[in-house]
Design a binder for this molecule. Structure first.
Ligand code: KG4
Ligand code: ZN
Length: 343
């Protein structure tokens, strides 16, 4: 079964064709990163305008690269949310209209659950449930127990910023470019991760997260180093590298500490990392080392393109949702965009 997946929840216009939930036939991503670099972050109206400009050419390119026509597409999956409402509208409306015109089933996919399926993309192997998933991006930071396809229990989430958002904001403070995750990872290689003592939030719920205090602590350290009215571009290379390395290590230890607590309680058969932050090499290595004694498989998406926003994860998730309840999806006519769409 071939599904066309459409993703426009933030700053990527992304469309893919995926066969049977794992075989990615094409995955086209029109990234807006170069546009948002100028403002150091995503401006929703600018993102929305770009989606409108790109969505039709990206769909055409995706079908071409998959060497497929509409007759060979069996269903359309799109994202009603969560995400930026002005961005979600384009993908939702396009998916709904195409489903109507081409007479295909329409599958709503929650963006966060979509990220989980980045691990299924181009990976046709046996997955053993339950799976403990840490899915962390710019817009969300969740710890989820996946008992089966379509059966997800939210164990914990961030009370404020996601780790990805913290990467982006700290990078801006340090004069590094957007998106902050890859920029911090790069300069952290030359830094000492023990340079500063940064805080880890203590919360009542064992699996929840909070990163806004950490971000403020970085601001105070930068001000102590360079003065209250500092200019990020004046910070020394050494300071930026040391702060990046310490920040990356602190975020990673915080994320993996909750993963470990949840592992102890739920004893899942696999642990998955997903979302934009799962591209982080330090996080991947630290997770593998932490869980080595437990001999539990650690998986993260096979390629970076399946970590950050993409259409393939949406098509893959759509496939498994559709198999669970075909009759339900045959009746859906519209995707109603919602910034806080829950699962
Ligand atoms: O999944 P995604 O493309 O968009 C959202 O759903 O938000 O994730 C983007 C986020 C950004 O915050 C970016 O800084 C972060 O993922 N990210 C990384 C890395 N690559 C992307 N964070 C840490 N290390 C990376 N290598
Ligand atoms: Zn995302």
């Amino acid at each position: 079964m071939r599904i066309l997946g459409i993703e426009t929840s933030c700053d990527e216009t992304a469309v893919a064709v995926v066969e049977d939930g794992h075989k990615v036939l094409s995955n086209v991503i029109a990234s807006q990163i170069n546009i948002h670099k100028k403002t150091g972050g995503v401006v929703p109206e600018v993102a929305a305008r770009e989606h409108i400009l790109k969505i039709i050419p990206v769909i055409e390119q995706t079908l071409k690269e998959a060497n497929t026509g509409w007759n060979n597409i069996d269903a359309i999956a799109g994202v009603p949310g969560p995400g930026l409402i002005s961005a979600l509208i384009t993908g939702s409306l396009t998916a709904s209209t195409l489903a109507l015109i081409k007479k295909k089933p329409l599958i709503p996919v929650n963006h966060i659950l979509g990220h989980i399926y980045g691990n299924w993309c181009n990976r046709n192997e046996d997955f053993k449930f339950p799976i403990l998933v840490l899915t962390v991006s710019g817009g969300h930071n969740d710890l989820i127990l996946m008992k089966d396809h379509g059966s997800f229990e939210l164990l914990g989430q961030s009370h404020d910023d996601s780790a990805g958002e913290a990467f982006d904001k700290v990078a801006k403070l340090l004069g590094l470019e957007y998106p902050g995750g890859p920029a911090i990872q790069k300069v952290a290689k030359n830094g000492d991760p023990e340079s500063f003592l940064l805080p880890k939030a203590k919360l009542d719920s064992p699996y929840d997260f909070s990163f806004s205090g950490l971000k403020t602590a970085v601001l105070y350290e930068v001000q102590a180093h360079a003065g209250k009215d500092f200019n990020p571009t004046d910070l020394s290379k050494e300071f930026v590298a040391n702060m990046s390395a310490t920040f990356q290590k602190t975020v990673t230890e915080t994320l993996v500490a909750n993963l470990l607590k949840a592992y102890d309680t739920y004893r899942p058969k696999e642990i998955h990392l997903a979302g934009g932050v799962s591209a982080n090499l330090f996080l991947r290595k630290y997770t593998q080392e932490t869980f080595k004694p437990y001999k539990v498989p650690i998986k993260y998406p096979k390629s970076i393109e399946f970590c950050t926003d993409n259409g393939a994860m949406i098509a893959s998730c759509g496939y498994f949702m559709y198999l669970k309840n075909k009759e339900r999806y045959k009746k859906i006519r519209n995707l109603i965009p919602s910034a806080n769409f829950t699962f």
